[in-house]
Write a protein that binds this ligand. Structure first.
Ligand code: RFL
Ligand code: PHB
Length: 399
């Protein structure tokens, strides 16, 4: 049996696990990451693109933001469109200069993995954590399997950064938490295409045929999404049909959607999920392992990074001041932001998706909200500050 030992055993080499490892290194705390997929697979997984100011600030502090700052695009506003009428929320102006950066999650993962390995960090790919034991003691153990070989990682703390399908959450005692799920009756069909973006800032749109989002990746690559039914299939969506639908839903007078070859297509169901507790003994959950939000607010990766910032603060207090107090407050601290993000993501999702007949009561509520955005700077500011992400102090000061 392969035997490993470290201070913090991290399951999962996604954004949560890698960011945590780098935050810990900065405090001189040792960590080992177990990742069940290959490095190539993890670096090719197409997902998020919107990074909040908080996230970028953390990556700057960690010294891993060089490429992000060079290749990522800083945005100061966003377009919201309803029935083909488009308004801009200048969130930079409304939030005293806070903004977002568009930079693909795969690129974030590449940068973090490179930095972790360059500093001598250990990450075992194609190594699956199978069991977590003794987390109620001071020597928890993560049992794992690496290409048929069994092993155990003994550590002081376990950070389960293993995503929605991981083993971390399933290991929490059933009596330790409640979980909440909302499944929305629609999915997103997302594409990546070789075409220059037709907009310099993101466009979120409600249309009577359904939601659409125009995002970007670079000067030559665009990322776009449309609302489809949950039982829909990629076979029903040849490229021409996708472009036609996007042009219609995103359209507004005097604007034209550029089209180009699509090189990635996938369908993602929309759901919200969260647990009301993210820790038991010395086992801590972070990121998608503890909560999922529909991507309409662009929050999932940013929440994962915020979680591990709080977790790293708690671990630092333990190793440097020998107190477990900050760690004991981890769940409560992280959940404040999680609930804020759940609310905002739900708001954005229900505002822009077609949920009932065009013209129905539900539709009129959506339209009333959109009209209110146009008439009230206070309302627009509330949307802006949630979209760019509230600063860490906003949550910490009330605890
Ligand atoms: P991840 O990324 O799922 O990583 C978990 C890792 O754990 C590994 N793992 C295991 N390893 C060892 N042993 C086991 N037993 C293991 N079980 C699992 C997995 O292989 C994996 O590598 O979770 P993490 O780190 O919490 O990060 C969360 C983010 O990936 C996620 O929230 C975002 O992608 C969500 N998201 C967005 N977030 C944003 O902040 N901004 C966005 O613009 C945004 N857009 C999106 C999104 C997610 C999307 N999809 C596909 C769900 C757009 C889409 C379409
Ligand atoms: C993306 O660029 O993939 C993206 C941007 C904003 C969102 C969701 C996804 O709200």
């Amino acid at each position: 049996m392969k035997i490993l030992k470290t201070q913090v055993g991290i399951i999962g080499g996604g954004p949560a696990g890698l960011t945590l490892a780098l935050l810990l290194r900065r405090q001189g705390i040792e960590a080992i990451i177990l990742e069940n997929r290959s490095r190539e697979y993890v670096q090719a997984r197409v997902r998020a693109g919107l990074l909040e100011q908080n996230t970028v600030d953390i990556y700057k502090t960690l010294g891993v933001a060089d490429r992000l700052l060079k290749e990522g695009q800083q945005h100061h506003g966003v377009y919201l469109s309803f029935n083909q009428e488009r308004v801009r929320i200048p969130f930079g102006e409304l939030t005293g200069g806070r903004n977002i950066t568009i930079y693909g999650q795969q690129e974030v993962i590449k940068d973090l993995t490179d930095a972790w390995l360059a500093g001598g960090g250990e990450i075992y790919f194609e190594t699956s954590a199978t069991r977590i034991e003794d987390f109620e003691t001071s020597t928890p153990k993560i049992y794992f399997e690496q290409q048929g070989q069994a092993g155990v990682l003994t550590c002081d703390f376990v950070a389960a950064c293993d995503g929605f399908h991981g083993i971390g959450r399933k290991t929490l005692p059933a009596s330790a938490y409640q979980e909440y799920t909302i499944s929305y009756p629609f999915s997103w069909l997302g594409i990546l295409a070789h075409v220059a973006p037709s907009t310099h800032e993101l466009i979120y749109a409600y249309h009577e045929r359904g939601f659409a989002l125009h995002s970007l990746r670079s000067e030559k690559i665009s990322r776009l999404y449309i609302q489809v039914d949950n039982d829909d299939h990629l076979d029903n969506w040849p490229d021409d049909k996708i472009w036609q639908e996007l042009a219609l839903r995103l359209g507004t007078t005097g604007w034209e959607l550029k089209t180009g070859p699509i090189f990635e297509k996938s369908i993602t169901p929309m759901r919200s999920f969260f647990t009301d507790n993210m820790q038991a003994g010395r086992l801590f959950l972070a990121g998608d392992a503890a909560h999922i939000v529909p991507p309409t607010g662009g929050k999932g990766l940013n929440l994962a990074v915020a979680d591990v910032k709080h977790l790293a603060d708690g671990l630092q207090a333990y190793y440097q001041q020998n107190t477990l107090e900050t760690l004991a407050a981890y769940s409560a601290t992280a959940l404040k932001r999680v609930w804020r993000a759940q609310d905002f993501s739900h708001f954005m999702t229900t505002l822009f998706h077609k949920q009932a007949e065009h013209g129905s009561y539900q539709y009129q509520l959506q339209k009333a909200k959109f009209d209110y955005i146009k008439m009230s700077e206070a309302y627009a500011t509330s949307i802006a500050e949630n979209y760019v992400g509230l600063p860490f102090e906003a949550f910490e000061k009330n605890i």
